[in-house]
Design a protein around this ligand. Sequence first.
Ligand code: AVI
Length: 320
Amino acid sequence: TAGAGLRIVDIDAEGVNIAFREDVVKGLAETQKAIPARWFYDLRGSQLFEEITRLPEYYPTRTETALLRDNGPEIAKMAGPDRTVVELGSGSSVKTPLLLSAIAPRAYVPIDISGEFLRQSSRDLAEKFPGLPVIPVEADFMRKVDLPPRLIGESLLGFFPGSTIGNFVPHTAIDLLRSMRNTLGRNAQLLIGIDRIKQVDRLLDAYDDAEGVTAAFNLNLLHRINRELGADIPVDQFRHVARWNEGWSRIEMHLEAVKDVRFSLCGRSFSMRAGETIHTENSHKYSPRQAILLLHASGWSPLVRWTDDQDDFLLFLAEA
Ligand code: AVI
């Protein structure tokens, strides 16, 4: 069953997530306005992201899922018996069960900042795997997380699928992978998915789908700011933009003001000119060599690397 878990998110007297407010107020005051991508994932944002993962243009999820399915036995062999899986993120409805079925862990510990989604997906998983202890931890895995005491001395397998690592600039990605190493302890392993560099057209389609789900996902951030921070951003005067940045080897998502706009938030006024953007996400793409370098730079030694026939996606098992 899913335990009550831990809650490690700062909320003020009015129920406002303090870190969210600080990031938004600070990010909108910058010359290139920017809001960290982690704030996409309220309940609605998490649901829209799940929808993205089923889009024909969005190849990462189905590719990584196939890699997990095809290589489950080898992953289990390399991980060995009696692992506890610690997932960085709430878990996907498909990939997590594949891993849990393959390695039959002692327990499953999802760590996520979105408490609502975390609790819901933990309940779903506990139902699918009766007898498996599911211990959700509501926390920001960007910092070292103090895991529940019952996990001390366990040998942990970090699971960080989906190329979420790509959402961090390389120096932050290295900080994050290092902090995961600290969280998971000495005998840990890490199973991590990393998206590969490929034709720019395919990348742009994956981040600007024909149905407009990615656009809704991006724009939901503005709805969330209005709802949770009492802002009055005219959301219908913004549009979703996806761009390839060659120098950084990344897809960027922006919210572009289609006309001059003004809005207020937490007692401050903001204005944007038509064409000005709020930078909302980076999704870095790596070659296999760059991915290996990233792991080594953060203290993880790659043990095995799997990729698909199209060379679209990488899955690594690494050890601390
Ligand atoms: C969660 N993350 C790995 C996704 C990505 O591909 O960067 C988020 C996403 N943004 C737009 N589409 C998907």
